[in-house]
Design a protein around this ligand. Structure first.
Ligand code: WQD
Length: 339
């Protein structure tokens, strides 16, 4: 069965394309290449043994989406990754985020309206802000977003719930990701940050390979065991598999409407623990300093993944060592094979 994967050449999208094929699905990739490289398509072909169907198009362009929906009218599902996702940039350019993240979603929903599709939405734990209770469950209060990026995720979930309540033929699941890290075991695909990485793990691997002089740990005076922030890091392949599990859940006759799932490991790791895990796994001593806290960071968040285990029939399997080893192997691969 055909599944449309928007943002399918991105970090999580490309890994999900691989897992869809592994599960017997036929992915159709849509990507505007604003935050990815078309060379990832060749990398996917090396992993899969064939090049998936690819449309270079911007989902904010109505005519393009209308054409896509006409040409790809026989899809059974959509996994929607395509969105702007840099927290810091969203504070500087809120209109870019509201335009891109809402207009792309609304166009997809409009031009596929009326079709009985299984729709997976890429949401984020950022909707929780700093939870009052940890681990955070899906029923926790969704707090005032810390950034326009987080706000687009919260409002998009509301849009999807309203679409469901209107009697739409869509089945919809929103997956609230925690922190995706690592890379495919072949090292042929991974995270390709443009410019200076905003996220921790690509900054670590770029420092380790010498592309960055040193890592700054954004604060070590938090109310945590070692003073640095805690997050729930999840291997991108486990995250990709969760999307296949969501499609399979919605294919079941007893699934109706809308549901939301935490996609994490259920375990928190501090920034300093991640650094130590990286050094222990790779044998590379990391050059880092302690700096000031970063504006907008929550102190600690990790997910309660009971509902995902029970309803989604999915659990993360890869540990921090595997996450660090695969991230490092990927950094070394792209250093030798620039994409
Ligand atoms: C993790 C920890 C930093 C860089 C964001 C989004 C989330 C998702 C993942 C899109 C924090 C610390 C980081 C550095 C550091 N994005 N850090 N030095 O902010 O938890 O989550 O990215 O889907 O929605 O909110 O991830 O990797 O930026 O930071 O000390 O150079 O690492 O302070 O504690 P974050 P992150």
């Amino acid at each position: 069965m055909k599944i449309l994967v928007t943002g399918g050449l991105g970090f999580i999208g490309s890994h999900t394309v691989v897992e869809l094929v592994n599960a017997g699905y036929d992915p159709v990739i849509v990507d505007d290449l604003s935050n990815s490289s078309v060379k990832i398509l060749d990398q996917l072909a090396r992993i899969l043994g064939f090049k998936p169907k690819f449309y270079e198009l911007n989902l904010c362009d109505e005519a393009s989406v209308k054409l896509l929906a006409a040409e790809q009218s026989d899809i059974s599902g959509i996994i929607h990754f395509a969105a702007s996702k840099a927290v810091g940039e969203s504070v500087q350019k809120p209109l870019k985020y509201y335009y891109n993240n809402f207009y792309s979603l609304i166009n997809l929903l409009r031009f596929y309206e009326g079709k009985p599709l299984n729709f997976v939405f890429s949401s984020s734990c950022t909707v929780y802000g700093q939870p009052d209770v940890l681990p955070v469950t899906e029923s926790a209060q969704v707090k005032a977003a810390e950034s326009p990026y987080g706000n687009t995720k919260q409002i998009a979930e509301e849009i999807l719930k309203d679409v469901t309540a209107s009697g739409s033929k869509f089945n919809i699941t929103a997956l609230r990701y925690f922190n995706p890290v690592g890379a495919h075991e072949t090292s042929l695909i991974g995270e390709l940050p443009i410019g200076v990485p905003q996220n921790l793990v690509p900054f670590i691997t770029q420092t380790a390979i010498g592309k960055r002089e040193k890592l700054t740990v954004f604060g070590d005076k938090y109310n945590t065991p070692d003073g640095s922030c805690i997050r729930d890091y999840i291997h991108v392949v486990d995250l990709a598999k969760a999307h296949v599990a969501a499609i399979k859940l919605m294919e079941k006759p007893d699934f109706k409407g809308y549901d939301v799932f935490n996609i994490g490991t259920g375990t928190g790791s501090s920034v300093l623990e991640v650094i130590k895990a990286f050094e222990a796994t790779t044998g590379v001593k990391l050059n880092y300093q302690i700096g000031e806290p970063r504006e907008g960071d929550v102190e600690q968040v990790w997910g309660d993944v009971t509902k995902s285990a029970e309803r989604l029939n999915w659990k993360a399997e890869r540990d921090l060592t595997t996450m660090m080893a695969s991230a490092w192997a990927w950094e070394q691969y792209i250093a030798a094979n620039p994409l």
